[in-house]
Design a protein around this ligand. Structure first.
Ligand code: AMP
Length: 281
């Protein structure tokens, strides 16, 4: 079995590793995660490996991106299994800070974002992107990587982080990774383990409906009509829809008849589990 990666639990320890690599002129990629790792995360680590000599995977369930009524306390934590998986893909270092290390007593700083952060997730999780922006910018400043990898699975997050890195002149490249899926199309997610067998069988309806909508739009159907059909199909399967929307793929602005690349994005509840997915047209 491959050797488990080293673990750094403090900013100081992380910086020591990175400093040694920099001294040897080695490039560094960071893959931020909340753990409960699956093949989607592994794909990002492998992509990171192809970009940089050294790969850091952070595992931190970030309290500031959960609202009080959300699943922070029940979010799956599988640290030992995560380490074993990261050994297989030869990650160099796992950075696993405690909440107190990330948010020292008296923490008082925030980041406010507009643009791609507006609407979609923000309409239903208003705290979410400020939590993501602060934790991701802290991870960037702690690690100072050359590359940071983010999955298209969380497409709005990818766009928000890319925008933030550009706006703040952060000296790193945001690298997107494709969405890893189950055979039936369900996007891999740490939250899929909340689904009971019946819900698991229903869940691919989101991807299926988005695929059908993309197909219809390519064939000339108006996006609004195609998305209404997708929304109806997802609801009829018993999910509670938060949003099913067509947006400009880069700015995430509503289409309003304007041209440009289109991204279809959806979020819906299956029982007590919230699932999100998206595809390009
Ligand atoms: P998370 O641990 O869910 O916060 O995700 C950490 C990173 O993995 C984020 O950049 C996600 O977009 C990415 N990710 C999560 N699920 C997938 C997936 N199915 N395919 C590709 N990337 C993913």
């Amino acid at each position: 079995m491959a050797e488990k990666p080293q673990v750094a639990e403090t900013v100081a320890a992380l910086r020591q590793h990175v400093k040694a690599w920099r001294g040897a002129d080695e490039s560094v990629a960071l893959v931020p995660t909340m753990g409960a790792l699956h093949e989607g995360h592994m794909g990002l680590v492998e992509l990171a490996r192809s970009k940089a000599r050294r790969v850091v995977v952070s595992i931190f369930v970030n309290p500031t991106q959960f609202a009080p009524n959300e699943d922070f306390s029940r979010y799956p934590r599988t640290f030992e299994a995560d380490l074993a998986k990261l050994a297989e893909v030869e990650a160099d270092l796992v950075y696993a800070p405690s909440p107190a290390e990330m948010y020292p007593q008296g923490f008082s700083t925030g980041i406010v974002m507009t643009g791609p952060a507006q609407g979609l997730e923000s309409d239903f999780r208003p705290h979410f992107f400020s939590g993501v922006a602060i934790v991701v910018s802290k991870l960037f400043l702690q690690c100072l990587p050359d590359y940071a990898l983010f999955g298209e699975k969380d497409y709005q997050q990818l766009k928000v982080v890319t925008r933030m890195a550009r706006d703040l002149d952060l000296q790193l490249e945001i690298v997107p990774g494709p969405t890893a899926r189950e055979g039936d199309g369900l996007a891999l997610s740490s939250r899929n383990r909340y689904l009971n067998p019946q819900e698991r069988a229903t869940a691919p309806v989101i991807h299926r409906s988005l695929l059908a909508a993309a197909e219809a739009i390519r064939a000339g159907t108006a996006p609004d009509a195609a998305m209404a059909r997708a929304r109806a199909a997802i609801s009829e399967a018993g999910l509670k829809v938060d949003y099913v929307e067509a947006r400009h793929a880069e700015t995430l602005a509503p289409l309003n008849g304007a041209g440009g690349p289109i991204r279809l994005l959806a979020a819906a509840w299956l029982g007590t589990t919230r699932l999100i997915d998206n595809i390009g047209v």
